[in-house]
Design a protein around this ligand. Structure first.
Ligand code: GDP
Ligand code: IMO
Ligand code: MG
Length: 420
């Protein structure tokens, strides 16, 4: 049986904390897509850790963590992260497994990402520049190198062939940066990768499921960044949705049990692209300040706005969400008034659907207002203690999206979560 935790907005919903919270209930935690993502934050005791490539269950000694075949892997990031995790006494050689089908991100993929964004200029995607897009292009273009290829004698010749192809593309972009330091680090990191457990993860996971073991699939990014159903072209290059679990891990749709969707109590986005409920005013600034909405790794300020229920209903539908976790509810504690978006006004007409043309049309959000709760909720432990205004806010969201909030996260700490 496989449960899934994924983001319902534009990423950074707090998935890392939630996966870490649920991980003790599972035998396996597996990443199924994405690359060295913007960063999943969790706390080990009072120490903050930001993970990019390793699943967020790694700090639980009895949980096996798997990087699945649907992921694109940067060996350099992985090595650094393994060192970080090892400094907490975790033995990655014991409880981290990597699928042989996982595609490798090469230094030239990072260079291509940078070159492509530079060429786009004003219309850039705001990529994390980790080489994720170009690595997935080589996967679908059937050129990629995979972790299992490391055992093959022809690895170096395949690498040189691909590098030459990339060099031609870089020349077309007039990209002239020297990437030899990245390459040195890459080859050093490959030697480290060879020492880790590389497995056929589809057999491993399915055999464990057959024995009755429980798997938690951890999504990166968010549904509105999905390559097919997100705000294209301002998206990432993988399927971030629940369907991605099947292709990314090699499990059948019949094995998917709970789909736990994570949403903030408001909304953020980092990078370019449409964001209908964005607040370019002092309220947006307050959300950023109180919510500390700055990139987990880059420190990039996140764009902030009210919760978008049109998008949330859509993302619950696409994923088949069975339970919602609402994070950062405490960030709204001091607001006088809260708004939720219940429809989009486009060219004078209202719609409750996310339009295909979302990146090209002007959207006037239709708002419904709620009174704030003016209570410090971050210390609360129990649903009965929640202020009425908060339960009314949540009840409206449940009714609107047709799925229910089962957990409210009221702070970044492991223990700050209330079962509703
Ligand atoms: P992820 O990418 O979805 O894992 O999310 P990030 O780690 O990028 O961003 C979420 C941020 O919010 C991190 O700094 C978390 O420590 C923090 N966070 C998570 N849940 C809560 C919460 O309920 N309240 C508050 N105040 N912060 C939270
Ligand atoms: P986590 O897993 C928020 C955004 C980037 C950019 C677009 C494409 O921490 O929630 P890419 O690097 O794939 O070329 O970026 O997607 N983006 C994220 N935004 N959280 C993330 O990850 C993100 N990963 C990518 O800012 O707009
Ligand atoms: Mg993040």
């Amino acid at each position: 049986m496989v449960d899934v935790i994924l983001g319902l907005q534009w990423g950074d919903e707090g998935k890392g904390k939630i996966v870490d919270f649920f991980a003790p209930n599972y035998d396996i935690v597996a990443r199924f897509q994405g690359g060295p993502n913007a960063g999943h934050t969790l706390y080990v005791g009072d120490k903050k850790v930001v993970l990019h490539q390793i699943p967020s269950g790694i700090f639980h000694q009895n949980t096996v963590n798997i990087i699945g075949g649907g992921v694109v892997l940067d060996p350099i990031t992985l090595k650094k992260e393994c060192d970080l995790v090892a400094s907490f006494g975790i033995d990655v050689k014991k409880n981290l497994f990597i699928s042989e089908r996982t595609n490798l991100i090469l230094p030239t993929h990072r260079a291509l990402d940078k070159a492509s964004e530079l060429q786009k200029g004003e219309s850039k995607i705001g990529s994390t520049l980790k080489g994720i897009g170009p690595a997935y292009m080589d996967k679908t273009g059937r050129n990629a190198l995979r972790v299992g290829d490391l055992l093959d004698k022809s690895f170096i010749s395949q690498y040189i062939k691909l590098r030459l192809k990339h060099q031609k593309l870089l020349d077309n972009f007039h990209f002239i940066e020297d990437i030899s330091t990245w390459e040195d680090e890459f080859f050093e990191a490959l030697e480290f990768l060879r020492t880790l457990n590389v497995i056929s993860s589809e057999y491993y996971i399915n055999n464990e499921i057959a024995k009755g073991k429980k798997v938690l699939a951890e999504g990166a990014q968010g549904t509105m960044l999905d390559i097919d159903f997100g705000t294209f072209p301002f998206v990432t290059s993988s399927n971030t949705i629940s369907a991605g679990v099947c292709t990314g891990l090699g499990v059948s749709p019949k094995q998917i049990n709970e789909v736990i969707g994570v949403t903030k109590a408001y909304c953020t986005r980092v990078g370019s692209g449409p964001f209908p409920t964005e607040l370019n005013n002092s309220v947006g600034e307050e959300l950023r300040r109180i919510g500390n909405e700055f990139g987990a790794t880059t420190g990039r300020p996140r764009r902030c706005g009210w919760i978008d229920l049109v998008a949330l209903k859509y993302t619950c539908m696409i994923n088949g969400v069975t339970k919602i976790v609402m994070t950062k509810a405490d960030v709204l504690d001091s607001f006088e008034e809260l708004n939720v978006c219940t429809a989009y006004g486009i060219n004078g007409k209202e719609t409750a659907e996310v339009p295909f043309q979302i990146s090209k049309v002007d959207i006037d959000p239709v708002w419904k207002s709620f009174k704030g709760w003016h209570t410090n909720t971050s210390e609360l432990k129990n649903v009965v203690a929640l202020p009425t205004a908060m339960t009314e806010y949540v009840a409206f969201i449940n009714d609107f999206v047709g799925a229910s909030v089962h957990y409210i996260s009221n702070g970044p700490g492991r223990e700050q979560i209330i079962t509703v």
